[in-house]
Design a binder for this molecule. Sequence first.
Ligand code: 4NP
Length: 167
Amino acid sequence: MDTPIRIQFVCLGNICRSPLAEGLFREKVEAHGLGNAFEIDSSGTGDWHVGSKADGRMRKTARKHGLSIEDHRASQFQPADLEAYDHIFVMDKSNLNDVLYLDENDAYSGKVRLFRELDPEPGNYQVPDPYQGGKEGFEHVYQIVNRTAEVLLNRLIDEYDLTPQAA
Ligand code: 4NP
């Protein structure tokens, strides 16, 4: 494929939920031999943590499941990302509101979706913010994001007629 499919995951701080979504989605893409077909990133709507590593509790939970998100550094979602990305998956309705607020002419709203719309067990369609809670919250987020990222990749393989390679 010539032009990669550009995917961005967005949460509030870009230190918990969206770095995990980025890491898990990338892991699945690579396991399917589709690394060249995608450009994958994540960001937060807020700027408090820009430049920081992912939250230690999220890194530990990822590591427990064999995923490293150690290289992640937080960034803030930019209005230009609305144009630059093909699909923008937000973790909760507050993120949805914040991202759509930047879409002044309502030109890109079709690209922006709640990530959990793809979850087979969608609950309230939001990935809960684990930041203030205990460590069980991080495992819960892992389970939600892991199963949803799997569905997302399968949907995109269908939509773009991609050919997965055996790992
Ligand atoms: P995230 O979690 O949006 O999943 O990265 C949060 C991280 C930081 C804050 C809130 C949520 N905070 O308020 O600083």
